[in-house]
Design a protein around this ligand. Structure first.
Ligand code: SAM
Length: 249
């Protein structure tokens, strides 16, 4: 899921105040376009963090915005990405590498993580087989499979995945899925589509005029979408699934 985000059990109950982000003025505040998706990713990660342990490799890690979720669970958090990534921020990476060619020996990691990155891969199965290779026996893969988000980062936006497609690919690569955690719901999808429309309006020389109303609309749309998902959630119509899968020997 394009420019995005994430969060702990009690903290997840109040996505308006992600404690790691410094409250309402934080990186993913509700008046910013990416709050809705990112707060849901954070909540999903909090639900699966107990599956992570030992050495974790974050593939396509960008600026590692969710690393804090795993505090206290890991021996070490490793990260790799492409040199050309525009998402690195000031993050220190362990290596620059394509997802399907990681510069590590077989069986080097206990956990492999991939967030908002599989849509960028023209051959996702090659990445999944690489994750299988670098994982130790019984290692865990935690991977976000995007089901619906607006087109982004063209021309590197290749695929969307249902949970059935995700399961099929994982089994092909030698994994056994153990958990599917929904990220967002139908109303988040509606909200994200509206925000994509607003983002197209809020650019160019007229931005001076549109910025404030657009930010107000972000706040209203994202708050309403979240509320509607809580009230009328449908776990099939999601933005994405966070899937936990065990490496089969
Ligand atoms: C939307 S960003 C997500 C970054 C980070 N995982 C996060 O959740 O914020 C997608 C990342 O995938 C990386 N990426 C795209 N294609 C890749 C490839 N073939 N191999 C490795 N990383 C790739 C990009 O460079 C970018 O950093």
């Amino acid at each position: 899921m394009g420019d995005r985000v994430s969060q702990s059990s009690n903290a997840a109950a109040d996505p308006f105040r992600p404690r790691w982000a410094g409250g309402r003025t934080g990186r993913w505040a509700v008046w910013k376009f990416n709050w809705l998706a990112n707060s849901r990713i954070l909540a999903a990660l909090e639900r699966v963090r107990h599956h992570a342990c030992g050495d974790l490799l974050d593939v396509g890690c960008g600026s590692k915005p969710f690393a804090h979720v795993f505090d206290g669970r890991l021996a070490r958090y490793w990260g790799t990405d492409l040199t050309a990534s525009r998402y690195l921020g000031g993050a220190r990476l362990d290596a620059f590498a394509c997802a399907d060619a990681q510069p590590f020996r077989d069986g080097s990691f206990d956990t492999v993580l991939g967030l908002s990155m599989i849509t960028y891969l023209p051959e996702p199965l090659r990445f999944l087989r690489e994750a299988h290779r670098v994982l130790r026996p019984d290692g865990m893969l935690i991977l976000e499979f995007t089901q619906m988000v607006p087109l982004h980062d063209e021309p590197y936006d290749f695929f969307r995945y249902t949970r059935y497609g995700a399961q099929y690919l994982l089994e092909q690569a030698g994994f056994e899925p153990v958990a599917f955690v929904p990220i967002g719901g139908l109303w988040s999808r509606v909200g994200l589509t509206m925000i994509a429309g607003l983002n197209r309006v809020n650019r160019g020389p007229t931005r001076l005029l549109t910025e404030l109303p657009v930010r107000l609309l972000y706040t209203v749309i994202q708050t309403l979408a979240r509320l509607m998902d809580v009230l009328f959630g449908d776990e099939r119509e999601v933005l994405a699934h966070l899937v936990v899968a065990r490496r089969r020997p």
